[in-house]
Design a protein around this ligand. Structure first.
Ligand code: GAR
Length: 191
């Protein structure tokens, strides 16, 4: 799994019994600590070693390094949970259709990094979360599951995001397990 933040979605995925072989983060974060506590291998592929968070960030070289880390493992799926780096097409070529993401809005509404604030600013009375297969285009790609969440008049970004995350903590593990169950079994090679 790929994460950057508090790791509450990651923890829910682990608690649901999804077999996670590695957690990779782009910065030191609570998600890495949670993974370590759960006995899962962790990789810190720090953006600061690739030009940091500004204009100098070498996205292509970062993606190449990340893809190399993942391709060396026997992974069925790559699941992003609040991963804060947009990756280039290269990773999608190596894991076509096998990268999942959870997003805190009802896509295609409110893509991007400020989905919860944008929903509040738009004054919608219902938002939600979307689990989708990731593509090179950010927050696009085939929708696998969506669930509505109400917006209350006194909501702040924090209260609304937490209500959405409560749903993501159920919907994302359930969807990952469903997708894993639907994957084509790998044919054993004959000698
Ligand atoms: C989740 O709400 C996830 O949908 C969002 O980051 C949060 C991670 O929560 N991802 C995005 O906004 C990606 N565009 P966590 O750090 O508590 O697991």
């Amino acid at each position: 799994m790929l994460a950057s933040g508090t790791g509450s979605i990651l923890k829910a995925v682990l608690d649901a019994g999804v077999p996670v072989s590695v957690v990779l983060a782009d910065r030191p974060c609570r998600a890495l600590e949670l993974a370590s506590l759960a006995g899962v291998e962790t990789v810190l592929l720090d953006r600061r070693d690739f030009g940091g968070f500004g204009a100098g960030f070498d996205r292509a070289r970062y993606t190449e390094a990340l893809t190399g880390e993942l391709a060396g493992r026997d992974l069925d799926l790559v699941a992003m949970a609040g991963f804060g780096t947009v990756l280039t097409e290269q990773v999608h070529e190596v894991f076509p259709g096998r990268i999942l993401n959870t997003h805190p809005s009802l896509l295609p509404a409110f893509p991007g990094w400020h989905a919860v604030a944008d929903a509040l600013a738009a004054g919608v009375r219902t938002t939600g979360c979307t689990v989708h297969a990731a593509t090179p285009e950010v927050d696009a790609g085939p929708v696998l599951a969506r669930e509505e969440v109400p917006v209350y008049p006194d909501d702040t970004e924090e209260t609304l995001h937490e209500r959405i995350k409560q749903v993501e903590r159920r919907l994302y593990p359930d969807t990952i397990l469903r997708v894993l169950g639907e994957l084509e079994p790998v044919e054993p090679t004959r000698a």
